[in-house]
Write a protein that binds this ligand. Structure first.
Ligand code: FES
Length: 73
């Protein structure tokens, strides 16, 4: 489905860019022109980008290991 009619950008294309790391409509606009003409698609494009971000794994580490590195010998 076309989200940005002015620049022929589809929802699928927006989701693919989100998966590749595009985070804002401004970034996307530099790539495919989305939301750079009439702006009528801005809210929909933002919403699709927002809901298409890849899930991030929570990082965890052992603080005692980090503290041990900083201890004087
Ligand atoms: S519909 Fe996207 S800029 Fe016009």
């Amino acid at each position: 489905m076309y989200i940005c009619v002015c620049n022929a950008v589809t929802e699928r294309q927006i989701r693919a860019l989100a998966e590749q790391g595009v985070r804002t409509v401004d970034e996307m606009g530099l790539i495919n022109g989305c939301s750079t003409t009439c702006g009528g698609c801005l809210e929909d494009a933002e919403q699709i980008l927002k809901t298409s971000q890849p899930t991030r794994k929570k990082l965890s580490f052992d603080v005692s290991v980090v503290n041990g590195i900083n201890q004087p010998a």
